[in-house]
Design a protein around this ligand. Structure first.
Ligand code: GCB
Length: 607
């Protein structure tokens, strides 16, 4: 086990914390005092959920004693009948998906039990949280045999207050991770990506003071480059706490005092700021000090707004030269596991002359957003409200809204994020319009410093392609996916005869276009699956899209080939979606350079 950072010492304070429920995650987890539980975890594959249900299919953890499940972490003594054993079970790396770690697990969907042990000497008067960056999809978490709670949603963080559940000495965490797909969940059963299971992101124990900074937001006002706005919230004895806010390099040193709910608004007017942009990804060190304890972050300041058909970054019209990314390293292939993986992906985007990325179709790792801040890439961030969701189920809506607000809560301090997306290719209907409209309204309540959008669809009549989804009225951008030259429109040279008719006077952003090419397969421009076909598709797309005067950016689909169970053509696809500009062996296809050159031209036009 990787015992990172400071290891805690001291005695456990026996505090009676009322509920051990899930608590709102700490802002900036990596900036806290943390013990990493990353590393090798023992695991048990449990397709029949024997470790969760008894033979009458009743959950053990709902019984009077709460005992009986694998989370008891039992060991047979003598002749005892115990039909599992974590000690003798194999291990999986955390963070990482399970599918990429064992051939037996490549296609596995269901329950896997994880166990990790760590020693800790909890200190008196401190609070402890067990934090998970993400577990796909449903996680039941137990500490020392006691259930902490359950979390749904494969891409957002969650934590539990474990202050009075920790033992001074050896502690055991058991997680039941279940990635079974269900119609009513977010995402639903049908997606075009691999349903990677497991504890895919970091796990930490964080130690904080009983009264501590829980959350903060510090961002430039959306349309006023002179004001930094936001808030700080204090948990514990939060009322009337003085919090100092320092941005030394910008000459800011001020103090705010929290109200009865532990909340204080922040409004700062720095004399001068060097604004964040892809050309100048300037980040300021921001310090929040409470009772002598300093929490440090690196934050960039920029404005983003829409004016007519222009997108203004720091008041200047920009063209978003982007590319879509999945949270998947094609070379594993599997979920990104480390900062190195993430840097590789974003470096490839920079090499393409991108100033922007679409992190499809769900929240990516927090570290990815921090890297985008540092590397100067604007970001479209999205929730997995993808294709045909159960629009009429109130629980499904609540789940979507929760994932959306958790994503915003986590990433609201990242200058790189310029667009929050509420979903992708959702089919128009009244219940869907209501569902999506509510999500848009929710984003506007939560964050008024960014744009709100969604990836819409087009419908065609003859040679006209219309963008008139009623949801478009509520969005800041006319953003849509279109697959001329692949799913319709014939061969690439044919697509320039089409024309788009966009109903809204808003900046047009093409959120997807593309076609499959098997890396290394060469043929003529009319032969599907060849690199030449894909390159020709890109060239003709630029002509087609260039007909729209409002075109302000694009994120073709996609940077790298990625795994998908929907892609079954055995030779060309072999369970890979091949629309990547980079193959699963890391080879750049011909279209990579075509897009790179186009972006160079666009950047020259806009500079
Ligand atoms: C889309 C989806 C994306 C798919 C892509 C494709 O429209 O948004 O998730 O992977 O098309 O390759 O068909």
């Amino acid at each position: 086990m990787n015992m990172q950072k400071r290891v805690f010492t001291g005695l456990l304070l026996l505090m009676s914390v009322a509920a051990m429920a899930q608590s709102e995650p700490l802002q900036n987890i990596a900036g806290r005092k943390i013990l990493s539980l990353n590393g090798r975890w023992n695991y048990i594959t449990d397709p029949y959920e024997n470790g969760y249900y008894d033979y009458r299919h009743k959950p053990y953890d709902a019984s009077a004693s709460g005992a009986g499940g694998f989370y008891d972490n039992k060991k047979a003594r003598g002749n005892d009948l115990v039909e599992y054993n974590f000690d003798n079970s194999p291990t999986l790396r955390v963070p990482a998906d399970w599918n990429s770690q064992s051939e037996k697990l490549t296609f596995y969907e269901g329950t896997i039990w994880y166990r990790q042990q760590f020693t800790l000497a909890p200190a008196a008067g401190k609070k402890y949280f067990l934090y998970f960056g993400a577990v796909n999809y449903e996680a039941h978490v137990y500490l020392n045999g006691k259930k902490l709670g359950m979390h749904k949603g494969g891409f957002t963080p969650f934590q539990f207050d474990v202050t009075d559940k920790l033992t001074n000495g050896l502690n055991t965490v058991v997680v039941k991770a279940d990635n079974t797909r269900h119609q009513d969940e977010i995402p639903t059963i049908n997606t075009d990506w691999w349903n990677y299971g497991g504890i895919t992101r970091d796990v930490y124990v964080a130690e904080v003071e009983c009264t501590h900074i829980l959350d903060y937001k510090i961002q430039l006002d959306k349309s006023d480059a002179k004001s930094i706005i936001g808030f700080v919230s204090v948990a514990g004895n939060g009322k009337g706490q003085a919090v100092s806010v320092l941005i030394p390099e910008a000459g800011i040193k001020t103090q705010v005092t929290t109200n009865d709910s532990g909340y204080a608004a922040i409004k700062l007017t720095p004399k001068q700021l060097s604004l964040w942009s892809p050309q100048n990804p300037k980040l300021y060190q921001v310090q929040l000090v409470l009772n002598g304890d300093t929490l440090t972050d690196k934050i960039g300041f920029r404005t983003i707004e829409v004016k007519g058909q222009d997108i203004l970054l720091n008041g200047r019209s920009v063209f978003l030269s982007g590319i879509c990314l999945h949270d998947e390293n094609p070379l594993i292939p599997g979920r990104l596991r480390s900062q190195g993986d993430m840097r590789m992906m974003l470096q490839w985007a920079r090499e393409l002359n991108c100033n922007y990325v679409r992190l499809a179709h769900y929240p990516h790792n927090e570290e990815m957003l921090r890297l985008a801040d540092e590397m100067g890439l604007m970001v479209w961030a999205e929730v997995p409200v993808y294709w045909t969701i159960s629009w009429q189920n109130p629980e499904t809506y609540a789940n979507a809204e929760k994932q959306l607000s958790d994503m915003i809560a986590r990433d609201k301090n990242r200058a790189s994020v310029v667009v929050w997306s509420v979903g992708n290719e959702t089919p128009v209907s009244e219940p869907r319009n209501v569902f999506m409209g509510k999500l848009v309204a929710r984003v506007r309540q939560l964050d008024n410093t960014r744009l709100v959008s969604a990836a819409l669809e087009v419908h065609r009549e003859g040679e006209k392609a219309y963008v008139n989804d009623p949801l478009g009225e509520k969005l800041d951008l006319a953003s849509f996916n279109e697959y001329a030259g692949w799913y319709w429109g014939g061969v690439p040279s044919n697509i320039t005869k089409y024309a788009y008719e966009v109903k809204y006077n808003k900046p047009v952003l093409i959120t997807e276009f593309g076609g499959d090419a098997l890396g290394g397969y060469h043929a003529d421009e009319n032969t599907r699956w060849s690199e030449e076909y894909q390159a020709a598709l890109y060239r003709n797309q630029f002509v087609l899209l260039g007909k729209m005067p409002g075109l302000r950016g694009m994120t073709p689909w996609i940077l790298c080939d990625f795994r998908s169970p929907r892609r079954q053509e055995p030779y060309y696809q072999d369970f890979f979606n091949r629309k990547g500009l980079i193959s699963e062996t890391g080879k750049k296809k011909l279209a990579f350079d075509v897009l790179k050159t186009y972006y160079q031209t666009m950047q020259q036009q806009y500079n």
